[in-house]
Ligand binder design. Structure first.
Ligand code: NAD
Ligand code: MG
Length: 389
């Protein structure tokens, strides 16, 4: 029986993980969970799963949930909150496997502490690899534990890599759906609405990653994620637009062979793979090869999607530049969702913030979080100044 903690239990990946656990009760037990500020959803989950520890984002939310659970006679569930709460979920001594699926840098400390505690990790939270991938992967190597990617592209790469040796890998090809604006002319980007940007063609996900998919920043983050997970330089990680999202990624080997992974567009599959690795177990997540009518590919347009270019530049520099890339994007996407800036302004806020961030290489998570705070500040100031067009 694998005992599991979920960071981000009320989100899209969190819910899919709970579904995988529910479908395999003989293999998995939910032991601890961290939610955000959706107390209603957290309460429903607490009644259903009776975790040993439940974390909420704020003290107020935790108090509300604690009182309600006590009134219902469920006082055996320890209710905690904040960053310390997420860390106690991630490092609970009885937990074997941590699914890291909080969105953004809010999940960084808990993910890092889970690695340090020697837990097996299923990693969905790509932002923590963008901000602190060098530190996290070094610690995982020290612990001798794999970081199992849940992000569908990296999960596909992980599967394909099993077809050869690391030193035989020549190139990683990350596929990108291209998002909802693949064929929208750049001249119309100024007018893109929040509703249009939230309408992803192939995946149903949380708001931040959906907007990041529309700007292609998500693919940029994934380039950095791939560099760090698979120890590849950015020039050997390529992006190819593949609108059907059927091939989740490809690995090219030195003999010219290219391995690809195909499956349904359902995150429960990469989650199941991570939870059962190195085994595979049967599932009903089937893809019918006879339904495969066509597979299209084209190169990404870096002129139209500057976020992808910015991510490659940050990947090349590493350190503080990638911390700022994520921090500025978090700030800019939140402002776009509140309709404070336009769609085309997101890349401008990010570019200006990165430019003003100094080149240094943080040596601890605390240093990463300090650079993150500085970059958020810088990006916040860009929102109130007129953005250069
Ligand atoms: P989501 O917005 O649906 O869920 C985010 C979760 O994080 C929620 O449970 C929320 O309550 C929690 N959270 C947010 N702030 C928090 C805080 N301060 N403290 C504690 N919890 C907090 O997002 P999602 O789509 O599930 O994505 C989660 C992560 O997985 C992201 O990093 C995303 O990039 C990555 N990812 C998601 C998908 C997908 O298909 N949804 C695919 C690949 C990677
Ligand atoms: Mg992905």
């Amino acid at each position: 029986m694998k005992r599991i903690a979920i960071l981000g239990s009320t989100g899209s990946i969190g819910r899919s993980t709970l579904n995988v656990i529910e479908n395999n009760p003989e293999r998995f037990q939910l032991l601890a969970m961290a939610a955000g500020s959706n107390t209603e959803a957290a309460l429903i989950d607490a009644r259903r799963w009776k975790p040993k520890v439940l974390s909420l984002a704020s003290e107020q939310d935790a108090e509300k949930v604690r009182k309600q659970l006590k009134a219902e006679g469920l006082s055996g569930i320890e209710v905690v909150y904040g960053q310390a709460g997420t860390v106690s979920v991630a490092t609970h001594p009885e937990v074997d496997f941590v699914v890291s699926a909080i969105v953004g840098v809010a999940g960084l400390k808990a993910t890092y502490e889970a690695v340090r505690a020697g837990k097996e990790i299923g990693l969905a939270n790509k932002e923590c690899l963008v901000a602190a991938g060098e530190l996290i992967t070094a610690e995982a190597r020290r612990q001798g534990k794999p970081l199992l990617p849940i992000d569908s592209e990296h999960n596909a790469v992980h599967q394909c890599m099993r077809g050869g040796r690391m030193n035989e890998v020549e190139r990683v090809w990350l596929t990108a759906s291209g998002g909802p604006f693949l064929s929208t002319p750049k001249s119309e980007f100024e007018k893109i609405t929040v509703e249009q940007a939230l309408n992803h063609p192939t995946w149903k996900m949380g708001q931040r990653i959906t907007i990041d998919s529309a700007t292609l920043m998500n693919k940029g983050f994934e380039v950095i994620e791939a560099c760090r997970l698979f120890n590849m330089p950015p020039e050997r990680v390529s992006v190819v637009v593949h609108p059907q999202s059927t091939i989740h990624s490809l690995v090219e080997f030195n003999d010219g062979s290219i391995l690809a992974q195909l499956s349904v567009t359902d995150m429960r599959l990469p989650i199941l793979y991570a939870l059962t690795y190195p085994e595979r177990i049967s599932s009903d997540l089937r893809f019918n090869v006879l339904d495969l009518k066509r597979l299209d590919f084209c190169p990404p347009d870096l002129g139209k999607f500057p976020c992808l270019r910015l991510a490659y530049e940050a990947a090349e520099a590493g350190g503080a530049k990638t911390v700022a890339l994520n921090a500025a994007d978090e700030v800019a996407v939140a402002a776009f969702l509140k309709k404070e800036i336009g769609f085309a302004d997101i890349s401008k806020v990010v570019e200006q913030t990165i430019r003003e961030t100094s080149d240094r290489h943080p040596e601890s998570i605390e240093e990463v979080l300090a650079i993150d705070a500085e970059a958020r500040n810088l990006a916040g100031r860009k929102l109130v100044q007129p953005l250069t067009r």
